[in-house]
Write a protein that binds this ligand. Structure first.
Ligand code: ZN
Length: 209
């Protein structure tokens, strides 16, 4: 369960829950929890596994060089992005989803380099926001298969006020993070809610005009 004090139980429960929501099908997505910050050690699912079937004992431990130091299986190529976000953003957990809405909107808004989220009560689900009267920027980077180059881009992202605890990769998915697994999950659910809302508002406006 999420409130388990055992990090393996908590993370595997969160992964299965995200899979049930349809945000990590076809082995897509990956999820990490910081076990140790200096030097960095992540607990995460191995590459290529069905995210609906990950058991606590299936999780692997990965060091700051993306090498598996405990458990069976390969580390995902995307581990470099998890490591960059954990170290650069000070995250305690990083949750990466491939949902239909985040994929679609990351392509739709790519030329603008961000999606602006404003005016909704659910913005209060993001740490630091106490009102719906705020505009939050969710940055979008072009996708690449070179995850080490992507990690450098993430580290070099300009820090703006009111930046969401998340990054979209165009045509690929969303990375969301938080200081703890609980906060990272809240941020992920809030951003996925706001992205679906953004999509549905676009459709509604198309219907009205
Ligand atoms: Zn991915």
């Amino acid at each position: 369960m999420l409130n388990s004090t055992n990090p393996r139980e908590a993370l595997s429960w969160v992964i299965a829950d995200i899979h049930r929501k349809g945000w990590a099908t076809g082995t897509g997505g990956n999820f990490s929890l910081v076990l140790q910050s200096d030097p960095l050690v992540l607990l995460m699912a191995p590459s290529g596994v069905d995210k609906g079937l990950v058991k606590p004992e299936d999780l692997i431990e990965v060091n700051s060089e993306s090498q598996v130091i405990a458990g069976a299986g390969k580390a995902s190529a995307e581990t470099f992005l998890h490591l960059a976000i954990a170290s650069h953003m000070g995250a305690g957990a990083v949750l990466h989803t491939h949902s239909v809405f985040n994929t679609l909107l990351s392509e739709y808004y790519l030329d603008e380099g961000e999606i602006k989220l404003a005016g909704h009560e659910m913005l209060k689900g993001l740490a630091g926001n106490t009102s719906h009267e705020v505009e939050v920027s969710l940055p979008i980077l072009p996708n690449s298969q070179d995850m080490q180059a992507m990690a450098v881009k993430v580290k070099n992202l300009p820090v703006k006020p009111n930046q969401a605890p998340g990054i979209l990769l165009a045509g690929h998915g969303l990375y969301a993070w938080g200081s703890s697994l609980f906060e990272a999950r809240r941020h992920l659910e809030t951003l996925e809610f706001l992205l679906e809302l953004t999509y549905r508002r676009l459709v509604l406006a198309l219907k009205i005009s």
